[in-house]
Ligand binder design. Structure first.
Ligand code: HEM
Length: 215
């Protein structure tokens, strides 16, 4: 039987393609959107990571979610620096979540409070993605909008404390394989992961509506 890390990756492959090829992501990576769209997207990420990370401390001792809680992954402080750069010092006052983002953050919070396995699904979907495709987004953002390499504006994508992302991802997959859950619970976690991708796609859809290409 496949390992859990393989199972979750293959089971979510289709959803990954869908998220990756969403109109908003394609336009963003194609350099067809202004920095305003990038800033709006970064704002949405703030709500998601706020939900993921404010619960982290409480989950640190949990047998299922605990091993995944690692200070080197935490993104909220970096997101806040990026937002200050993108929106100015008053960034917090103008911050607002799209309804799709609110639904996403609410679901993360719900899992964090009631279902550690579900929290792992959300954790995997975001952090392993950030360590992978996130690097492509960073590179594109630096070139398109002129951010300093790994500097303000793209700090969210820079894991200062992870010197070897490939090794980190290997270790992360070992953590997934060691999750103390039976087969049924693993299936539930996989289903939640697909749901997490769908929530991301929902945010992209909403952003696509807010930033349609004029030409
Ligand atoms: C245009 C946007 C994206 C690109 C170019 C991209 C690209 C990639 C690439 C190249 C990998 C493989 C890395 C490897 O095997 O080590 C990967 C993995 C991953 N991506 Fe994405 N991705 C994008 C968007 C997303 C989104 C929106 C999510 C979810 C929120 C996501 C979640 C993941 C996850 C969870 C993995 C790890 C799969 C695994 O090995 O288990 N990605 N991505």
């Amino acid at each position: 039987m496949d390992s859990f890390s393989t199972l979750i990756r293959t089971a979510s492959h289709e959803q990954h393609v869908e998220a990756e090829t969403s109109t908003f992501m394609s336009d963003l990576l194609g350099g067809r959107l202004g920095v305003d769209a990038y800033a709006r997207y970064t704002e949405q990420l703030w709500f998601v990571y706020e939900a993921l990370e404010t619960s982290a401390e409480r989950l640190a001792a949990d047998p299922v979610a605990g091993p995944f809680i690692r200070p080197e992954l935490m993104r909220l402080a970096s997101l806040e620096r990026d937002l200050e750069h993108l929106r100015g010092t008053g960034w917090r006052a103008s911050l607002s979540a799209l309804p799709a983002t609110r639904a996403y953050a609410d679901r993360v919070r719900e899992c964090a409070e009631r279902w550690p396995g579900g929290y792992v699904a959300h954790h995997y979907t975001r952090y392993l993605g950030d360590l992978s495709g996130g690097q492509i987004i960073r590179d594109k953002a630096e070139r398109t909008w002129g951010f300093a390499k790994k500097g303000d504006g793209v700090r969210f994508y820079v894991f200062e404390e992870i010197s070897n992302p490939a090794a980190f991802k290997r270790m992360y997959r070992e953590l997934l394989d060691a999750v103390p859950a039976d087969d049924l619970e693993k299936q539930r976690i996989v289903a939640e992961c697909k749901g997490a991708f769908a929530l991301n796609t929902g945010v992209f859809r909403a952003l696509g509506e807010e930033f349609p290409l004029s030409a």
